[in-house]
Write a new protein. Structure first.
Length: 369
C-alpha cells in the first residue's frame, strides 16, 4: 500500500489539493437494508418490504462504478494530486454486536466517517451499523500520517442499539416509520437513550470556521463534542438544513464564491457567507439519471451532482454527465475537469463523498472577517 508523503494539513475545501484518499468500491455488490440504513436514507428511500434485507446490485453496475472511480483517480493524478487508497474489501463480513448484526459497507464514501481539521484526523460516529468498522480499511494510512506527526481523535463509538437513533427529524417531516423503530432484529440497552451519532459530511470547512448541520439529538451530542474537543475552531450550527450531510447543499468553491442548492438555504447561512457571491446550479431532471426501479431505488436526491471536488481555487472536478452544471461553473471563471460518474445515486456519493482531502495548501485563515 502506498503511504502518505505529506503531513496532515487541510483546513478548507478549495486551496490547492496535494494529497487525498479516494474510496475503494471493491465488493460493493449489495446494500444491507437494516433499520439504521433505512432511517439514514429515509429522505430519499421509501422502504419496500418486498426487497427484503439485502438489495443485490447487478454486476454490470458494480463494474461501471469501478471504471468510473478509476477514471476519477486518473484525473486527480493528471492534475498533480497524490492519491492514496484504502485497503479493498475482498470478502464482506457480517458484523455481530450484542444488539444487532449487519453486513459491512466497503470504504467508498470515505468523507462520511472522518473529518480532517487542520493537522488532526477526527473519526466520527457512524449512523449505519454496517459502517462501524469501515475506517479500519483506512487505518494503515492513518498510522502513516500519525508517524508524520498528525493528531488523531475518535468520537465515542456508538452502540447503535434499538432506540439509539433519534427520529425527531423524521417525525417532524411526517415520515412513516412503521417497522423501523421497534425492529425485532435489534435489542435495546436499557437506560442508554440517544447516543452521539454523527457523520463527517455534516460539516463544511472554511478555515477557522466550520458549518455543522444538526437535525436531531444524536447530532447535537456530536456538535457539543466537537466544540469542546477542538475549541480552536469556530463552530456554526445549522438547524436541520438536511437530515444529515450537507455537501450537496452548501459547496464553497473559493473564498467569496459559494454554490448553494437553492435560494431557500440562503438565510440558513452565517451572515458573512450571505455576502459571498452565491451561484445556483441548474435543475437536474429525473430523466437524466439511470433508472434502477426494476431492482431497487435511488439513495440520493437528484442534487448529488453538485457534490463536486475542488482541486484549487480555479479548478473543479465535475461529473461529465452534467453539461449544464459545467457551463454554469465556467461562467463563474472556474476551469472544469469532466469525469464520468454514472451511478452516483445508487451508491450514495459524488466526488466529494469519495474523497478525504488530507493535504491542502491552505492554513487557518479567517474567511469570515
Amino acid at each position: 500500500m502506498t503511504q502518505p508523503s505529506h503531513s496532515i494539513n487541510s483546513f478548507d475545501e478549495w486551496t490547492r489539493l496535494e494529497e487525498v484518499i479516494v474510496g475503494d468500491p471493491a465488493s460493493y455488490t449489495s446494500h444491507h437494508l437494516d433499520t439504521s440504513f433505512q432511517l439514514f436514507y429515509l429522505d430519499n428511500v421509501t422502504p419496500d418490504p418486498s426487497i427484503g434485507r439485502e438489495l443485490a446490485i447487478p454486476s454490470r453496475l458494480v463494474d461501471e462504478l469501478a471504471e468510473d472511480v478509476d477514471g476519477f483517480v486518473q484525473a486527480l493524478g493528471d492534475l498533480g494530486v497524490r492519491v492514496l487508497r484504502p485497503q479493498p474489501v475482498t470478502d464482506r463480513a457480517t458484523i455481530c454486536s450484542p444488539w444487532w448484526n449487519a453486513v459491512e459497507t466497503p470504504p467508498l464514501n470515505v468523507r462520511d466517517q472522518t473529518i480532517v481539521l487542520g493537522d488532526t484526523i477526527v473519526e466520527t460516529a457512524p449512523h449505519i451499523r454496517g459502517r462501524v468498522f469501515e475506517n479500519d480499511y483506512l487505518k494503515p494510512l492513518f498510522y502513516g500520517y500519525l508517524a508524520r506527526g498528525c493528531g488523531w481523535l475518535a468520537m465515542p463509538r456508538p452502540a447503535l442499539a434499538r432506540a439509539s437513533l433519534d427520529t425527531g427529524y423524521h417525525d417532524a417531516h411526517d415520515f412513516d416509520l412503521t417497522g423501523l423503530v421497534e425492529d425485532p432484529a435489534t435489542r435495546p440497552i436499557p437506560g442508554l437513550g440517544h447516543e452521539l451519532i454523527f457523520d463527517g459530511a455534516q460539516c463544511m470547512r472554511f478555515g477557522l470556521d466550520i458549518l455543522v448541520n444538526i437535525a436531531n439529538a444524536n447530532h447535537r451530542l456530536g456538535f457539543d463534542w466537537l466544540r469542546r474537543t477542538l475549541p480552536q475552531f469556530r463552530w456554526h450550527r445549522l438547524d436541520a438544513v438536511a437530515d444529515s450531510h450537507i455537501d450537496s447543499i452548501i459547496v464553497p468553491l473559493r473564498p467569496g464564491l459559494l454554490m448553494l442548492r437553492s435560494p431557500d438555504y440562503l438565510n440558513t447561512l452565517p451572515e458573512p457567507l450571505q455576502r459571498w457571491d452565491i451561484m445556483y446550479p441548474p435543475e437536474q431532471d429525473e430523466s437524466v439519471f439511470p433508472d434502477y426501479s426494476d431492482f431497487g431505488f435511488n439513495l440520493t436526491s437528484r442534487y448529488i451532482d453538485i457534490n463536486v471536488l475542488s482541486v484549487d481555487e480555479e479548478t473543479v472536478i465535475v461529473n461529465s454527465l452534467c453539461p449544464d452544471l459545467m457551463r454554469t461553473l465556467e461562467k463563474h471563471g472556474l476551469t472544469v475537469v469532466p469525469v464520468q460518474h454514472r451511478h452516483r445515486r445508487l451508491f450514495g456519493g459524488g466526488f466529494h463523498c469519495f474523497t478525504l482531502d488530507t493535504a491542502r495548501a491552505g492554513t487557518a485563515e479567517d474567511y469570515f472577517a
